[in-house]
Design a protein around this ligand. Structure first.
Ligand code: FAD
Ligand code: NAG
Ligand code: NAG
Ligand code: NAG
Ligand code: NAG
Ligand code: NAG
Ligand code: NAG
Length: 527
């Protein structure tokens, strides 16, 4: 009878009636049978008995909330070096009733790439991270297991005049980042990482390798912003590289509320999204204690950014559009584009770009984050209330990222990422802490902050960025998630693209093998 049930029911049954039923020996036999064309299994599979299992599992966990001992751990970890081994892992997982989580850089905010409540294995793509740059054709093939740092480094070794519009944190994985959108300091000029994908290779639920032509335009559309995890394992991306000038300028101006930062931010809201697309001016807001003699905390706003050009052209641009900022030549530094990548990654711009190859994040912490989109300016009173909230938890900060530029010209349905015209800026709320006992306190505080912000941000739906994943927005049941239930989180991330994403999911993975807490539901399960 079980043979007639969709796979996911079988997985659930095997969970309920004994998780230990996973037959590791048979899995390993299956795996080596299906990956004959590639090399030794022992190098690509790490089981719970292996001494390296714990360090392999934990090495790319970025959020310490999911590093605790009560987190469910995978039956084994596959670290493929070749797509054949991904195919084998998919086929054998289905045969042996385990579920799969795919991990590239491990930065998922809710740990979905390495934690699951049902028995699972991890396919960790760390060993598939080649970056092949074609300077003449201005494109590159980059494997999903590469980090953004490895990508930027690879480009810089081949050309000083080409760049790529993706995020600032160099340890973020290409696999999760590109499939979920991906923005950085030049996205107002060039759009998201996902907007600049021209081909991709995926292993689908049947274990088949498909390129753009073979997967078809629906799947190719869905994996450029809808998240990869619902559709298969995307192991390689062909991306368009884009021109960057030989000299760019970075700048920063810091103000506290005593120095009129509130008024400046109020003004910034109207200015930043209208600036020339060569100019990116974000605001990072945090709590500071100005001096050791003063016990009073205050809010400091760092207005910083990147201009794709020289200081002499930046200064008049700012003077014309945002004179109140008081930007001076001293606050600006000219450098190459790859140096600006180092700068925004927190490294010295004068150091070697080789530091971008380091896959270990410098400081890991416990964190909880959320996101919002702002479509009309927040009043100064609203901002002052926000400062009061932030001061309640001094380990918090906000990053306000201006939209506009080319982001307003790309239609909402071009890719699954719908946050385009009409958005002034995005807010990321972040709170970090250092020990597990503090978790509840900070998470509850974050939820309170989110409630406070409701009147000031987008509504119906209250939009959110999928790559800042937040399970508070809603989560799927294991077997019975309905369209209506999933649309609670789905409409926030994807607005009117949600329906098409569910259709693509239903057609490409009818048994819902690629399930997670925020994967797309399958409309009518095959019986
Ligand atoms: C410190 C930090 C800084 C960040 N900065 C930025 C930023 O500047 N801009 C921005 O846009 N975002 C940023 N992010 C968010 C980041 O883009 C997302 O967390 C992204 O999903 C991480 O990708 P990953 O491969 O590292 O994560 P993972 O945890 O490996 O994966 C994330 C999700 O994608 C799935 N997935 C991963 N690889 C694949 C694959 N090959 N095929 C199919 N599915 C896959 C996973 O299963 C999981 O569901 C940042 C995150 C952190 C922690
Ligand atoms: C297998 O290993 C050999 C020797 O190390 C290598 O030359 C070959 O490319 C490998 N094959 C695959 C498919 O990885
Ligand atoms: C431990 O990790 C799990 C997820 O793996 C999480 O749900 C739980 O809240 C964590 N426990 C603590 C105390 O943080
Ligand atoms: C703040 O703004 C007020 C009124 O515009 C002005 O008088 C004052 O000098 C400003 N303070 C600072 C520190 O810039
Ligand atoms: C701190 O704040 C209190 C109350 O607002 C105020 O009376 C006091 O002068 C402030 N102290 C300093 C050093 O700014
Ligand atoms: C990589 O970065 C980590 C964290 O900052 C650091 O501890 C380590 O020494 C670095 N590794 C190398 C080879 O530089
Ligand atoms: C789905 O299942 C969960 C438990 O797995 C249950 O709490 C929930 O009520 C179910 N929902 C529906 C619509 O059946």
């Amino acid at each position: 009878m079980a043979a007639h049930l969709p796979l996911i029911f079988k997985i659930l049954l095997s969970f309920c009636y004994g998780a230990s039923s996973f037959d590791q020996v048979s899995f390993l036999q299956c795996f080596s049978l299906h990956s004959l064309q590639s090399n030794s299994t022992s190098l690509t599979i790490t089981t719970r008995n292996d001494p390296t299992y714990i360090s392999l599992l934990q090495s790319s966990i970025q959020n310490l909330r999911f590093l605790n001992t009560s987190s469910p751990s995978p039956q084994l970890i596959v670290t493929p070096v070749h797509p054949f081994q991904i195919q084998a892992a998919i086929v054998c997982s289905q045969k042996h009733g385990v579920h799969v989580r795919v991990r590239s850089g491990g930065h998922d905010y809710e740990g979905l790439s390495y934690v699951s409540q049902i028995p699972f294995i991890i396919i960790d793509l760390r060993n598939m991270r080649s970056v092949e740059v074609d300077v003449e054709k201005e494109c590159a093939w980059v494997e999903s297991g590469a980090t953004l740092g490895e990508l930027y480094y690879g480009i810089s070794q081949k050309s000083k005049f080409l760049g790529f519009p993706a995020g600032s944190c160099p340890t973020v994985g290409v696999g999760g980042h590109v499939s979920g959108g991906g923005f950085g300091t030049i996205f107002r000029k060039y759009g998201l990482a996902a907007d600049n994908v021209i081909d991709a290779k995926i292993v689908d639920v049947n274990g088949k390798i498909l390129d753009r032509k073979a997967m078809g335009e629906d799947i190719f559309w869905a994996i450029r912003g809808g998240g990869g995890a619902s559709f298969g394992v995307i192991f390689s991306w062909k991306i368009k590289l884009l021109p960057v000038p030989p000299t760019v300028t970075v700048f920063e101006v810091d103000k506290t509320i005593e120095e009129n930062a509130t008024m400046l931010l109020y003004k910034w809201q109207n200015v930043a999204h209208r600036l020339h697309e060569d100019l990116f001016l974000h605001a990072v807001i945090g709590v500071v204690t100005p001096s050791s003699t003063s016990a009073n905390k205050t809010i400091s706003i760092s207005f910083g950014g990147l201009y794709l050009g020289k200081i002499e052209r930046l200064l008049p641009l700012i003077r014309e559009t945002f004179p109140e900022l008081g930007l001076t030549r001293e606050s600006c530094t000219e450098m190459s584009w790859i140096q600006s990548v180092l700068y925004f990654a927190g490294f010295s711009q004068d150091g070697s770009p080789g530091v971008l190859l380091n896959r270990t994040q410098s400081s890991k912490s416990f964190f909880k984050a959320k996101s919002d989109y702002v479509t009309k300016p927040i009043s100064e009173t609203g901002l002052e209330g926000l400062w009061n909230k932030l001061i309640e938890d001094e380990a918090s900060y906000l990053i306000l990222t201006p939209y506009g530029g080319v982001m307003s010209q790309i239609p909402d349905s071009e890719t699954p990422f719908p946050h385009r015209r009409g958005n002034m800026y995005q807010i990321q709320y972040m709170v970090t802490w250092a020990s597990e006992e503090e978790s509840n306190q900070h998470i509850n505080w974050m939820r309170g902050l989110y409630d406070y912000m409701a009147p000031y941000v987008s509504s119906f739906p209250r939009a959110a960025y999928m790559n800042y994943r937040d399970l508070d927005l809603g989560r799927n049941y294991i077997v019975n998630t309905t369209y209506a239930q999933a649309s609670v989180w789905g409409l926030k991330y994807f607005k009117s693209n949600f329906r098409r994403l569910v259709k693509v999911k239903t057609a490409s993975d009818p048994t819902n093998f690629f399930w997670n807490e925020q994967s797309f539901p399958v409309l009518s399960p095959r019986r």
